[in-house]
Design a protein around this ligand. Structure first.
Ligand code: NAD
Length: 262
């Protein structure tokens, strides 16, 4: 399948590990030029070097928090300066902490809003005008199956991520005339650091082992296993590719079928 992504300039947020990193690897394998950022300088540097070595890709990497609007603005400008344009952007970050409503503070809500919603706005503000200039662009968000169905004890995700879907649909409508598609990927249980953290807090709450939590999750998935970060990355690459040129404003769940609604 020709994805048409060779030499495209791709920005990926939260890309030092997990799905963001897997997406960076997958885009590099397609011959794209990569610009990544995440909080942890050491882990990010290792990811950048490994991607450069494995795929011979050009990789720009900088330690930036997605909630730091000014640093994000400067990073996007630096990417455009170095590579001449921005074609694809993947908005991603860590997830909010596990909470139910009674256990959540107002500060938790503010932080989750900044991390999982405002950060998407910050990135979109910077990259969409650059994509408009080229009359081509792909803006892709990573959220969760919580945009379709609340997840117990993840009220911050279940309440805030649906706002990202509203944003995605609205951007798809506003920027369609510029040949920019805007889509959202909703992962199910995927084997990353984030899932290890969640397994830890669930195991503690239920008084069972993390292994038992992983087994319960897998049993609930029609495909009877957890997802791999590479499987989420493949969906992101497809949405960014020329093969998905008439798909916009959509949420694609990559969840092994765990969301049972129609
Ligand atoms: P992860 O924790 O493995 O990786 C998150 C990445 O984002 C890391 O590179 C981290 O450095 C970076 N990051 C975190 N906070 C940041 C910040 N403030 N600024 C910049 N970078 C930041 O997570 P993952 O499993 O790859 O998940 C990606 C997203 O998908 C998260 O929002 C997560 O909640 C969501 N999600 C994960 C699962 C799952 O099962 N893993 C399921 C549904 C949704």
């Amino acid at each position: 399948m020709n994805t048409g992504l060779k030499n495209k300039v791709v920005i990926i947020a939260g890309a030092s590990q997990g799905m963001g990193r897997a997406a960076a690897e997958a885009f590099a394998a397609e011959g794209a030029k990569i610009a990544i950022f995440a909080r942890n300088q050491a882990v990010l540097k290792e990811a950048a070097q490994s991607i450069e070595k494995k795929h011979g890709a050009e990789v720009l990497a900088e330690a930036i928090d997605v909630t730091d609007q000014e640093r994000v603005r400067k990073f996007v400008a630096a990417v455009a300066g170095r590579f001449g344009r921005v074609d694809v952007t993947v908005a991603n970050a860590g997830g909010p902490p596990a909470r139910n409503f009674a256990g959540s503070s107002i500060e938790d809500w503010r932080k989750a809003f900044e991390l999982n919603f405002l950060s998407v706005v910050f990135l979109a503000k910077e990259v969409l005008p650059l994509m408009q200039k080229n009359k081509w662009g792909r803006f892709i968000t990573i959220t969760s199956t919580s945009v379709r169905q609340p997840i117990p004890d993840l009220i911050l995700s279940s309440a805030i991520r649906p706002a990202v879907v509203g944003l995605v649909k609205s951007l798809a409508i506003e920027f369609g005339r510029d040949n920019i598609t805007v889509n959202n990927v909703g992962p199910g249980y995927t084997t990353t650091e984030r899932l290890n953290e969640l397994a830890g807090s669930r195991a503690k709450a239920a008084g069972i082992s993390e292994q038992q939590i992983f087994e319960r999750w897998a049993a609930d998935v029609p495909l009877q296993r957890l997802g791999k970060p590479e499987e989420i990355a493949d969906a992101i690459v497809w949405l960014a590719s020329e093969r998905a040129s008439y798909v916009t404003g959509q949420t694609l769940l990559v969840d092994g079928g765990i969301y049972k609604g129609l």
